[in-house]
Design a protein around this ligand. Structure first.
Ligand code: NAI
Ligand code: ISE
Length: 336
């Protein structure tokens, strides 16, 4: 029996997830879609030759008896209402990052899930499913580099569109590091600071790019993350863990090494879709399998909240230049 999915938001990642759920992964089919651009939703149904109903809005889709589980891939500000509606309907929901655009919104989702009494929410933080991050975590956990002391990270995009604002470097981009580094270190953040180097002339209008975010964890690990969203040359994700007796680096995605014309080179990917293609497959397959087994797992609403609390502090730190404390309440036993 295939899990019958409804997808809210048929833009870039919505189309990608629809394609993978209906063509690549096992055990699911997309039976319903919706988008505020209804024509686009209908076009996606045609292009991907889906047997899917185009619903008037996300709430109608969630109510549909055909829909057994929901994927939320619409714009961030709409996530909270759809996730809450899915929980109210008792339907499992995979929500793309961010879970909600504020910590308050994430908190409401956590409370609704706690009141429901069973996990229904998986957040689309795909990096913990990436083979490179998993290998890095295995080394860190093995103790081979000793206790982690510092992390040096970078999140670089070749360029961003005109609607990308300075705070989106946190809510849209850094949010991945805020999640995956907690997972990697099994630790929580206690303070943040944001520094602005000289602005790149390639950044449009009012965008302050690049930025450096400094994070401190409860165990005293210091992390620097460079966010540079107009780096021009490629989509480049770096993570180096400095331990007491060694250093571990996130592996580069596998590429052919070329010796040619007096050069030794290997290509750099240009976009996130390619860089994390396998991780997106694995996270969604995990969601489908978990729903089939009656138990949602993976990055939880609590992880969504933890990232959002740190993101809120980073936004304050962007504005004030000060070191801002991060106050995450104690984790309920429900979230393990
Ligand atoms: P997009 O702009 O290409 O697509 C979003 C779609 O949602 C649009 O078609 C829009 O019309 C639709 N939409 C907006 N509000 C809606 C509503 N209330 N009801 C129904 N449809 C609505 O954006 P993109 O890049 O696909 O991003 C969507 C979400 O996925 C964002 O939250 C983004 O942060 C996340 N994302 C996650 C990535 C990852 O690496 N995990 C990568 C890219 C995006
Ligand atoms: C985008 O929304 C993503 O989630 C990508 O993974 C990230 O690298 C990019 O900066 C975001 O805009």
């Amino acid at each position: 029996m295939s899990l019958q999915l409804g997808v809210i938001g048929t833009g870039a990642i919505g189309q990608d997830h629809i394609r993978r759920c209906s063509q690549t992964l096992q055990g699911s089919r997309v039976v319903a879609v919706t988008d505020i651009d209804r024509q686009q939703a209908a076009r996606v149904v045609d292009d991907l030759q889906l047997q899917a109903e185009v619903h008037a809005d996300g709430h109608a889709l969630i109510r549909s008896p055909q829909v057994q589980a929901v994927l939320v891939t619409s714009w961030g500000p709409s996530h909270e209402e759809f996730v809450l509606a899915a929980i109210a309907a008792g339907k499992p929901v995979f929500c793309e990052k961010p879970l909600a655009v504020t910590a308050e919104g994430c908190r409401r989702i956590v409370e609704a899930e706690l009141a429901h009494g069973k996990r229904l929410v998986q957040v689309g933080f795909m990096r913990p499913y990436d083979a490179g991050y998993q290998a890095l975590k295995a080394v860190v956990d093995s103790g081979r580099i000793g206790t982690p002391l510092m992390l040096h990270c970078a999140h670089r995009n070749p360029r961003v569109g005109p609607n990308y604002k300075t705070d989106m470097a946190i809510t849209d981009t850094l949010i991945h590091e805020l999640d995956v580094l907690r997972w990697l270190l099994d630790d929580d953040y206690v303070s943040v600071q944001v520094l602005f180097p000289r602005v790149s002339s390639k950044a449009h209008g009012q965008l302050r790019d690049p930025q450096i975010v400094l994070l401190e964890t409860a165990r005293g690990v210091r992390i620097d993350v460079e966010i540079f969203v107009n780096c021009q040359y490629g989509y480049d994700i770096q993570c180096e863990v400095v331990g007491e007796s060694g250093i571990a680096r996130l592996p580069e995605p596998p590429q052919v090494q070329l010796r040619s014309a007096a050069n030794l080179s290997s290509a750099i990917l240009m976009d996130w879709k390619e860089r994390f293609i396998a991780a997106y497959d694995v996270e969604l397959q995990a969601f489908i399998d978990a729903v089939a087994a009656g138990q949602v797992g993976g990055p939880s609403a609590w992880d969504g909240l933890a990232a959002a609390v740190a993101a809120d502090a980073c936004i304050q730190a962007q504005q004030s230049g000060a070191i801002v404390p991060v106050h995450l309440p104690p984790r309920p036993a429900f979230y393990g």
